[in-house]
Design a binder for this molecule. Structure first.
Ligand code: TRP
Ligand code: SF4
Length: 405
């Protein structure tokens, strides 16, 4: 159980605009998003500014790649009726929060984020000794904190960015969540909840503070979430009062680690555009069949009559993803005894992939044929996101002393 404020059940995640997505994205990320949207309030956005942090010299068609990516999200089943979809650069509030957070972010924190040096090494062809690249994870923090998101679905490589976000939030609350009469104000706020809820809040707070009861903390937070008749400020106070520190203006998010089953590519390596071993979500059926049929197999199976070893064949990992147990037994048996041919074996995979992709291709076509619909989804999403972002920013400006009386 979490021991830090996760103020709400809001989920936020972003993706850099890479253009057409492939099965690796689907199995690694999108399937997860599609599930999350049923249980959480979800915000998903195209991190187009982030694309510029590494590719500023030759940005290419960032907008076009973002467009294709959004169509793939929709094709994969992300539902604009339940999730909010938008483009980062259309919500300039992210940039203002980024600037303001920059004021309190120690340089060392950014320099120590592992991806800073790693990516500089990896992307040698780009000069990443830039201000924008150093600020990459802080921009990401602003993306998250501006929505006060509780959960951030990310892959392993991004966990350190969420960790930085938590540290920044803590530092922010420490500086700006202080009030002269914090305790008194908190007590007054408790009172406003009504007798019954006030008693419950006090009881939960005591259980957490005296006994470290994390469940009590979670219940207390849920209680605060459900309060209709207290102000935002009072809610922040009472969140902070639970562990006695200060007002929680920016809640600390939790990473929601995507247990990414590494999607195998056509050559046995992980599926990735840079290995040129992908099947895209809108891949033409003939191309899918061809790509799978021309996959390398166990080199020991030169002739149909030579038995093979699935462990030495890149087709086998695809069966792990797509085939049920009895099919996998059939493959194992047939391969090791030369009972089946490789084309037969591969056809199973082809059929499964095509079955998975068929509804996606159909949905994608609908959106391709009606770009106005995609534009409408994005502009509605942007409006909704901006409303939330403005709320947070107003509070941030106020506590940082920027609002005129
Ligand atoms: N950096 C993330 C990636 O490369 C993309 C991203 C940008 C993001 N802002 C975010 C992810 C906020 C989660 C939350 O995948
Ligand atoms: Fe690979 Fe299947 Fe051929 Fe065996 S039968 S080598 S698992 S493609």
């Amino acid at each position: 159980m979490s021991s830090v404020p996760s103020q709400n059940q809001r989920v936020l995640s972003g993706m850099r605009p890479t253009g057409h997505l492939h099965l690796g994205h689907y199995h690694g990320v999108l399937k997860n998003w599609v599930e999350l949207q049923h249980s959480y309030e979800c915000l998903f956005f195209v991190a187009d500014w982030h694309a510029l942090t590494t590719h500023y010299e030759d940005p290419g068609d960032i907008a076009g790649h973002g467009w294709d990516m959004v169509i793939d999200w929709l094709a994969a089943g992300v539902d604009p009726g339940s999730a909010t979809l938008f483009l980062q650069s259309r919500v300039p509030e992210h940039a203002e929060l980024h600037l303001l957070l920059g004021m309190l972010t120690p340089l060392g924190w950014l320099e120590r984020v592992p991806s800073y040096k790693d990516q500089q090494e990896k992307l040698k062809e780009h000069d990443l000794a830039t201000y924008g690249f150093l600020g990459y994870p802080l921009l990401q923090s602003a993306d998250i904190l501006i929505y006060r998101a509780g959960h951030v679905p990310v892959g392993e490589d991004q966990v350190s960015h969420v960790e930085l976000t938590r540290e920044i939030a803590r530092r922010f609350n420490h500086f700006y969540g202080r009030e002269v009469d914090f305790e008194q104000n908190a007590e007054r706020a408790i009172h406003k909840m009504g007798k019954k809820n006030a008693r419950l809040y006090r009881d939960l707070r005591r259980r957490y503070q005296e006994q470290g009861d994390e469940d009590a903390l979670d219940v207390a937070r849920a209680l605060l979430e459900s309060q209709q008749n207290i102000s935002v400020g009072d809610r922040e106070r009472l969140f902070g009062y639970l562990d006695g520190s200060a007002k929680v203006i920016l809640p600390e998010p939790q990473p929601l680690l995507t247990a990414a089953p590494k999607m195998p590519g056509l050559d046995g390596q992980k599926m990735s555009k840079s290995y040129n071993n992908t099947i895209s979500l809108r891949e033409d059926p003939d191309a899918v069949a061809k790509k799978v049929r021309t996959m390398p197999t166990d080199p020991a199976r030169v002739r149909r009559s030579d038995p093979g070893n699935p462990e030495k064949c890149p087709v086998w990992p695809l069966h792990q993803v797509y085939s049920d147990e009895s099919t996998r037994e059939w493959v194992w048996e047939g391969c090791t005894t030369a009972g089946i041919g490789c084309l037969e074996c591969k056809q199973c995979v082809v059929d499964s992939v095509l079955e998975e992709l068929a509804p996606m291709r159909e949905r994608a076509r609908e959106y391709e044929d009606d770009p106005g619909q995609v534009r409408a989804i994005l502009s509605e999403g942007t409006e909704a996101a901006r409303d939330m972002a403005r709320d947070t920013l107003e509070e941030v400006r106020r506590v940082m002393g920027l609002v005129q009386r």
